[in-house]
Design a binder for this molecule. Structure first.
Ligand SMILES: Nc1nc2c(c(=O)[nH]1)N[C@H]1C(S)=C(S)[C@@H](COP(=O)(O)O)O[C@H]1N2
Ligand SMILES: [Mo]
Length: 507
């Protein structure tokens, strides 16, 4: 039994060495081709929508960590089997390791835009894994005793300890180096942006100082939510990046980053929201975007008389996002953004350029790392989420959130404040927010300043908290007089609705 455990452990350790070696080689070549990550990405793309929704709900922003962890756990289980096979016959165990590394190799090659070199990390993983297993198996084989009978076993034990120690240290070192190299290579670079020809007015001071615990009026870039299908950030070289407009246009046009920066830039305060945001959720952020008006770019390509009803945006890796053409060109401040909060975009948020369309959820508008906009029809071409049955026409639904107090918080009795944010981008903004305590009447909250109809609004209500348990609820009204509905809808397929209700204890 103990020897079987030992050999299973050999399989696991060898595989960890392989995974780490693969990760390091990938970090040097193409981070996304790292064996575990490339399998993880393939799993993301193959996961049916309901399961993905479930995972986002269960694990929130940790869903990717859980995913990579699960892939790794599955791999290590098979690795243990490889170890057991190797105990019988080395070739069997080695063969299983090679089969295991063939999976990421195939996955890496089937990524859109894959290059032949993307298999190298898997090859490195196979070589390192098999070599490690060979070393461990040989070290464990009792050498013919030289002196007394126990010497051989002792040598074997020492040999296994040495090999195991060296390999464990090697795996940690290679894995760590790979991580460091990946984050170093994908660190954000700052590109100098020209000032906006059409700037936004100064942002009014929000309620940030007066209401502790409320979301800042402008979300710090480091706190801005991130939602995308990627496990690694793409390495885009701003000097070689281009944006092409093609499809049903009068002429295909291609812009370099310098071309974009030479055009008049607009600057707008816009609140971005994810369709996967549950009522009261965190997948929302507000910032000042700088970019080229979308219609300025489309005009260069010429879309008069186009039969298209969709802009199909493609990112550097071939991921696609659809946007209704009529909405994007109806006069709202849709843009190809190059800047966020006064600086060029961070890699996480789409460097060097992304689309931003006020009033539409990100999954039908906010294509990051954009390289192509194809004028086409919904009948002809389906974007990534359309293939997964999400809506194509997805305006952001009016909603509101309580930031303070936190759900299930314990609050001191006496004077306090209930506060948060509300949004109804491109629907006349927020004109009213109401709070309900313990099912009583809806009481109007005080509104913070406005930064335009495409931006969220802070709100607060002074509250004298009495001892006991209390239920707090919030709802918003938009510029058209539409009140946030209490009817619950799930994020799938076109965004959540309902009213956030939290329970707090005053004691
Ligand atoms: N290339 C690419 N762009 C993308 C996505 C993606 O997965 N890939 N996710 C979209 C979704 S669902 C949202 S909500 C926004 C989020 O933008 P952020 O991460 O900058 O907040 O980006 C959108 N753009
Ligand atoms: Mo999203």
């Amino acid at each position: 039994m103990r020897t079987r455990l030992l050999h299973a452990g050999f399989g696991v350790l060898s595989t960890l060495v392989g995974v780490a070696a693969g990760h390091l080689v990938a970090a040097a070549l193409e981070p996304a081709s790292s064996p575990v990550l490339v399998v993880g990405s393939t799993v993301i793309d193959l996961t049916p929508t309901p399961m993905k929704e479930w995972a986002i709900r269960q694990f929130g922003t940790h869903d990717k960590t859980v995913l990579v962890g699960s892939v790794l756990a599955g791999v290590l289980l098979l690795a243990a089997v490889a170890g057991l096979l190797a105990q019988r016959r080395f070739a069997y165990g080695a063969a299983l390791l090679v089969v295991l590394t063939a999976i990421p190799a195939v996955a890496a090659l089937s990524r859109p835009g894959a290059e032949a070199t993307d298999v190298l990390p898997s090859v490195a993983a196979a070589l390192a894994g098999v070599a490690s297993l060979a070393w461990l198996e040989r070290a464990a084989r009792p050498t013919p005793a030289r002196g007394d009978g126990d010497g051989g076993a002792d040598n074997g034990r020492r040999g296994v300890l040495v090999a195991g120690g060296v390999l464990a240290v090697g795996a940690v070192a290679m894995g760590g180096a790979g991580r460091w190299l990946t984050s170093y290579r994908t660190r954000s670079v700052v590109v100098d942006l020209p000032a906006a020809a059409d700037p936004a007015p100064a942002l009014p001071a929000g309620l940030d100082q007066r209401v502790p615990g409320i979301s800042p009026f402008r979300t710090p870039v480091s706190d801005f939510y991130r939602v995308d299908t990627r496990l690694t950030l793409p390495l885009v070289d701003p000097d070689n990046w281009t944006l092409t407009i093609d499809g049903d246009v009068e002429r295909e046009v291609t812009f370099t980053l310098d071309d974009l920066l030479a055009m008049p830039l607009i600057e707008r305060d816009i609140t971005l929201t994810c369709v996967s945001n549950e009522v009261g959720g965190k997948y929302i952020g507000s910032t000042r975007w700088r970019g080229v008006r979308l219609t300025d770019l489309l005009d260069r390509a010429g879309i008069d008389g186009t039969g298209a009803d969709q802009i199909l945006s493609t990112d550097v890796d071939g991921m696609t996002i659809s946007t209704p053409l009529d909405v994007a060109t109806d006069g709202r401040d849709a843009m190809i953004a190059v800047g966020m909060d006064g600086r060029s975009l961070p890699r996480e948020h789409g460097f060097p350029a992304r689309m931003v369309v006020p009033g539409l959820y990100g999954f039908v508008s906010a294509c990051k790392w954009i390289t192509r906009m194809t004028l086409t029809t919904y009948a002809e071409q389906d974007a990534y989420w359309t293939q997964r049955d999400w809506a194509t026409d997805a305006p952001i639904k009016i909603s509101s959130r309580i930031d303070t107090p936190k759900p299930l918080a314990t609050v001191d009795p006496g004077r306090t404040v209930i506060g948060g944010v509300a949004w109804a981008q491109h629907q006349g903004g927020i004109t009213k927010v109401e709070v309900r305590v313990d099912g009583g009447p809806w009481q109007p909250a005080r509104l913070g300043p406005t930064a335009g109809n495409d931006y969220w609004r802070q709100w607060y209500l002074p509250w004298t908290a009495e001892k006991g348990q209390h239920t707090l609820a919030v709802r918003a009204t938009d510029g058209d007089g539409d009140v946030q509905t209490a009817a619950r809808a799930t994020p799938f397929p076109s965004g959540s609705t309902g009213i956030q209700e939290i329970v707090v204890t005053v004691s």
